[in-house]
Write a protein that binds this ligand. Structure first.
Ligand SMILES: *Cc1c(COP(=O)(O)O)cnc(C)c1O
Length: 230
């Protein structure tokens, strides 16, 4: 199958899953996770109408952003090293993987220097497997409070990764927990915090994520094929 056909297939699945649970497909943004794929492949997918791309390494994303021009939207979805934030701050549109105050501080500083505002999602650990990915649910309120006064950061929602498991009941319960957390803080007393987005769901669990309310899904393999690494 061509990459254009695989993209179309994913778009059709999103529509089908949305219809199946009474949601508007327009409420789900597809982020094509292009990590490890070269710029010419990304160009091909962009040529088929895809606008949003996700990368999990800052350096790799920075060079692709340079090469691919201004019309695409770039999402950082991987672990963040604070000393690399300046490399992407001039260009990145969304950062999904923020989970510490010092990351917020550094994004604010570098976005300010670049004269920009960056949209941020707070990553929450919903699987209990990797303690390093995401804040704990009870750390969320303090992070939101920390970010609220920042002028160059707009906190737009939450991101989570479910367990790597075929047990879709387990995966569903983890996505549901993220949605409930988002709902709880959605009408934050500080009006600068707007938790409208839920970034959750990948190739293997996108149906469950959509059923549980995902507004952004991050899909790599179903579009680009199996990765050799990364
Ligand atoms: C690689 C990656 C994805 C995409 O995973 P697939 O299974 O290839 O769809 C989504 N989210 C994050 C954070 C990733 O690193």
């Amino acid at each position: 199958m061509s990459i254009e056909a695989r993209l179309k297939n994913v778009q059709q699945k999103i529509a089908e899953y949305c219809n199946g649970c009474g949601r508007d497909p327009g409420g789900v943004t597809l982020i094509a996770v292009s990590k490890t794929n070269p710029p010419e492949i990304i160009r091909q997918v962009a040529g088929a109408g895809q606008i949003h791309f996700g990368e999990n390494k800052v350096q790799e994303m920075a060079s692709k952003m340079d090469e691919l021009g201004d019309t695409l939207q770039w999402h950082m979805i991987g672990p963040i090293q604070t000393n690399k934030i300046r490399m992407m701050a001039g260009r990145v549109d969304w950062i999904h993987s923020v989970s510490r105050k010092k990351e917020l501080d550094e994004i604010e500083k570098r976005a300010h220097q670049a004269g920009r505002s960056i949209r941020v999602l707070i990553q929450v650990n919903i699987s209990d497997e990797d303690q390093k990915s995401g804040c704990e649910p009870d750390e969320l309120p303090a992070l939101l409070e920390h970010a609220a006064p920042m002028e160059h950061i707009r906190v737009k929602g939450l991101m989570g990764m479910a367990s790597f498991s075929d047990d879709m009941d387990l995966v569903r319960s983890q996505f549901r927990m993220l949605r409930e957390l988002r709902d709880k803080w959605r009408n934050h007393p500080d009006k600068r915090i707007e938790l409208e987005h839920l970034s959750m769901g990948m190739t293997n669990d996108m149906q469950v994520a959509i059923e549980e309310g995902a507004t952004m899904i991050r899909v790599g393999t179903a579009i680009f094929g199996e990765r050799n690494y990364g």
